[in-house]
Design a binder for this molecule. Structure first.
Ligand code: CP
Length: 335
């Protein structure tokens, strides 16, 4: 375990501002932006998860509904994505809505001619009822929301937050293990730049959980987040070694080292292969536990682990669609 005496002075996390600005209607989410997990409490999370569960049942029985027929989603991605973009598109289409997909590279949009984010969202709001944005800069979703008159959903802003991923992660834990309180959750890998870790950690401070953060020294959780966890009174420890947590973890949340966030690639090379979850390592884990990963993976979890029933990462992917169906219905006032 870390001795706790040397903590890194990492950059403060972005403040997402007045997060209820566009809230006007009954469900509390109608007309709202979704920029940060700070907007959610246990009650609203239970509401989202109940709606997502209904979406699952609907997809598994009839596959399609026309709840959002006539509504249009603009999907604006300045960074690569497979899951987030595809699941928002699938979510909208499964609910009968349609999509403007600017997801195959903004180089094919007028961004390539120098158009600003502000003008781009002010244009898209002329066509769409909701905008989903992924952007490499922390705070970009907040800026877009300030300019857009329609709800903006943050699909990842640099190393900042990825709130819809955190919601689907937490939903997955609940669906797989039946409850969140009382669990021991270990986060492994790039805790410094991993926005999914940042958002999920914030949400977990709402629950009675034990947290274990497993990373190389240079990829430790930002101090400001660690302080949030401690202020919430959670049992928390840091370690470099996944062997310290494998036997006791109920959830092993593994992440990729985020090459694109490093300014010094030599540092990336030093830590990129730090953790590998193997079938042998899994033999030491509890019979009832789950391995999660926001994906994409680049070697952190061996393919041999995929056939283990505890490997939940592709079920987690599917849950993303249900959560995003719920969120779209909610912000469009149809939940
Ligand atoms: N988990 C996630 O955000 O995946 P994508 O980058 O493929 O959207």
């Amino acid at each position: 375990m870390f001795n706790g005496t040397k903590e890194l002075a990492l950059e403060p996390l972005f403040h997402y501002g007045d997060l209820r600005r566009k809230s006007t209607k009954a469900n509390g989410f109608a007309g709202q932006d979704i920029l940060s997990v700070s907007q959610f409490d246990r009650e609203s999370l239970a509401y989202v998860f109940a709606r997502a569960h209904e979406m699952r049942q609907m997809v598994e029985t009839i596959g399609y509904a026309d709840l959002l027929k006539g509504y249009v989603l603009a999907c604006l991605f300045y960074e690569p994505s497979t899951r987030t973009s595809a699941s928002f598109i699938a979510a909208m289409e499964r609910l009968g809505g349609s999509v403007i997909p600017i997801t195959q590279g903004v180089q094919f949009s007028s961004v390539a001619k120098g158009e600003t984010l502000a003008d781009t969202v002010r244009t898209l709001e002329q066509y769409a009822d909701v905008i989903v944005l992924r952007h490499p800069e922390i705070g970009s979703a907040r800026i877009a929301a300030d300019y857009a008159g329609v709800p903006v959903i943050n699909a990842g802003d640099g190393a900042g937050e990825h709130p819809t991923q955190a919601l689907l992660d937490l939903f997955t834990i609940q669906e797989e293990l039946g409850a969140i309180d009382g669990l021991k959750i270990a986060m492994v890998g790039d805790l410094r730049y991993g926005r999914t870790v940042h958002s999920l950690t914030k949400l977990l401070t709402l629950y009675d959980v034990s947290l274990r953060f497993v990373s190389p020294e240079i990829l430790r959780l930002p101090l400001v987040l660690m302080n949030e966890v401690k202020d919430a009174g959670l049992d928390v420890r840091e370690t470099h070694d996944v062997a310290d947590v494998i036997e006791t973890a109920d959830v092993l949340y593994v992440t990729r080292v985020q090459k694109e966030r490093f300014t010094d690639l030599a540092q990336y090379e030093e830590v990129k292969g730090y953790y590998e979850i193997t079938a042998e390592l899994m033999q030491r884990a509890k019979p009832k536990m789950i391995v999660m990963h926001p994906l994409p993976r680049v070697g952190e979890i061996h393919y041999a682990v995929d056939s283990d029933p505890r490997a939940a990462y592709f079920r987690q992917v599917r849950n993303g669609m249900y959560i995003r169906m719920a969120l779209l219905a909610m912000v469009l006032g149809k939940a």
